[in-house]
Design a protein around this ligand. Sequence first.
Ligand code: F0G
Length: 394
Amino acid sequence: MDFMLRCIECNRKYEREDLYTCECGGLLEVKIDLESVDLDFKFDGSNLRVWKYKCLLPVKIDPISLKEGGTPLYKADYLKKQLNVTAYIKHEGLNPSGSFKDRGMTVGVTKAIELRKKAVACASTGNTSASMAMYAAKAKLNAYVLLPAGKVALGKVAQALMHGAKVIGIKGNFDKALALVREISDKEGFYLLNSVNPFRLEGQKTIAFEIVDEIGVPDRVVLPVGNAGNISAIFKGFKELKELELIDSIPKMTGVQAEGANPIYKAFVNHKKDIEAMTPETIATAIRIGNPVNAKKALNAVYESKGLVTQVSDEEITNAQKILAAKEGVGVEPASAASVAGFIKLVEEGRIEKDETVVCITTGHLLKDPETVIKICGSPIEVEANIEAIKKVL
Ligand code: F0G
């Protein structure tokens, strides 16, 4: 398969692969020559995993894989009963490191090996760092992580540390950490694995492939938006399938932001193509991002697919997290619950039609952020070790 990097702003093409942005400053994307693709998979719902779609992924060597992808797509029975809309939940929290980032990392870390890099680096609200550390361990690469100190959920920090990354907390938010890691990666020759890396996003487009593989094309895909890579990647996946004539429509890409970290929502409601950076704050620390690097790609995905962007409060996020856990049996972290919070809100506002089929992506596992759970649910009751004491609190 042939591919190039192409600037989404000025259309300039590059044969070089070790780039993240164009000379004009624009974001790059991988442009696959679809005519050169030897399609060797079938959409038959079998063997779902990222590398089922290797013929559409721009790598040349055997992948560094931890068997990512193949995540379950649950029918949301409770939500159907409450809202009378058919919804599915694609639980990306069931990837090897507990988030969708693994789909991108298997491709990104494989590319790092192809490019003979010795070290990888990222800024992160947590999940990217956990995933990168895990795949770097598998690939025997050094891993460097910059985090917003004190603002990353405990499970994610634990993962990055245990998988052997050098973890550095900075006194600043994610946006600052990203600016710093871009600079230091440039200086030190680290391979940058944030979603500004176009190859990482290629892995994430397999979410679209798996959805089509299992249920065909839904009317809408709803997902949380932080740095805005995932919504761009999933849209690209659907678009490639349409260009290949494997599907004949593209779902309405529907982004959900937290009210306290909503620059893309604001751009959308003002019909703009650019965002204004802001200082972010939300319980959903994974999407606590005020200057999303992929904003242009994301807004383009939303406008082109006739989707939309909505925002939800921390309270709506927490409610959705509880509903998912207690009524659907799906344990997710707060940012992930934003997708379902947005879905509920849009149905209640009449902006999602009753006859739509909707897929909500839940991006990370409940266990990522145990501290928030204890804040919401409280600690377990403690009693004396005898039957009477237990009976009293039943
Ligand atoms: N959900 C979760 C659980 C995330 O960790 C992230 C991003 C998102 C949603 C948003 O995805 O950035 O592609 O729009 N987490 C990044 C990180 C920023 O560093 O782990 P996006």
